[in-house]
Unconditional design. Structure first.
Length: 246
């Protein structure tokens, strides 16, 4: 949260970013998000916040998701829960942007597979705007790459989240879809994906459950910069990494 509030406004200005999407899945001490934290992220410069497998960790978020259109949850969670998996917001340059949130099927076991809902969500988005960003929150690299390939030429970007390690495969396909397997983590990188290293190692080594704590060292903001034309075709996809001064 400190990194987002201190760095994001300047990053947006330096990159001349017209629109910003932040995955807020781990904002509340690593597990979920609260309405208060969501509002702080939005006030720092995010236009839309996406979520993931920890969406329901903080119960106070349920009524908030029922009302807001700036914080969305995976579209393949139960239809009986509040919130939405697709929203629209206007960038600072006046461009209407659609944002879709999906949860991967492999190892996360959502109520419905992402492949069952993605076509409908993309079709709905394209009725309003050709500029469409998909946050694919998934565990498996293969599933993220497959979804990017499936949506090639249909959306502007398919950006992977959830695994916390920024990958080295940022690319733009000939059909005009930007993609990366994982956009990275904003948080403490002197850690095991945000957890105090010694605690994570001890649990993996022994198999005995240990109460994790969030680490504090090596904090940086990570993400991806995507550029596209008015037709929604991406022309650039590059990783972003900014250290938080101590």
């Amino acid at each position: 949260m400190r990194a987002v509030e201190r760095l994001l406004p300047n990053v947006r200005e330096e990159l001349r970013a017209d629109f910003c999407v932040a995955n807020g899945e781990n904002a509340a001490d690593g597990l979920g998000i609260t309405p208060h934290l969501a509002e702080r992220i939005l006030a720092s410069g995010a236009d839309v916040i996406t979520l993931g497998n920890h969406t329901w960790r903080r119960k106070e978020v349920l009524p908030y998701l029922a009302e807001t259109d700036r914080v969305i949850r995976p579209g393949n969670l139960s239809k009986h829960t509040p919130g939405r998996g697709l929203t629209f917001a206007e960038g600072s340059n006046g461009t209407n942007v659609a944002v879709i949130n999906l949860l991967g099927q492999l190892y996360l076991s959502p109520p419905e597979g992402p492949w069952e809902v993605v076509d409908e969500l993309v079709a709905e988005a394209r009725q309003t705007t050709p500029v469409i960003l998909v946050d694919f929150h998934g565990e498996a690299t293969s599933e993220k790459v497959a979804m990017a390939a499936y949506l090639d030429g249909k959306v502007t970007a398919v950006l992977g989240t959830h695994t916390h390690v920024q990958t080295n495969d940022a690319r733009v396909s000939p059909a005009g879809t930007a993609a990366i397997t994982d956009a990275g983590m904003t948080g403490p990188h002197d850690s095991v994906i945000g957890v105090v290293t010694e605690l994570a190692v001890e649990q993996m080594r022994t198999g005995v459950p240990i109460r994790f704590r969030t680490a504090s060292g090596g904090v940086r903001l990570e993400g991806v910069l995507v550029e596209c034309g008015d037709d929604g075709r991406a022309t650039r996809c590059e990783t972003v990494r900014v250290e938080l001064p101590s």
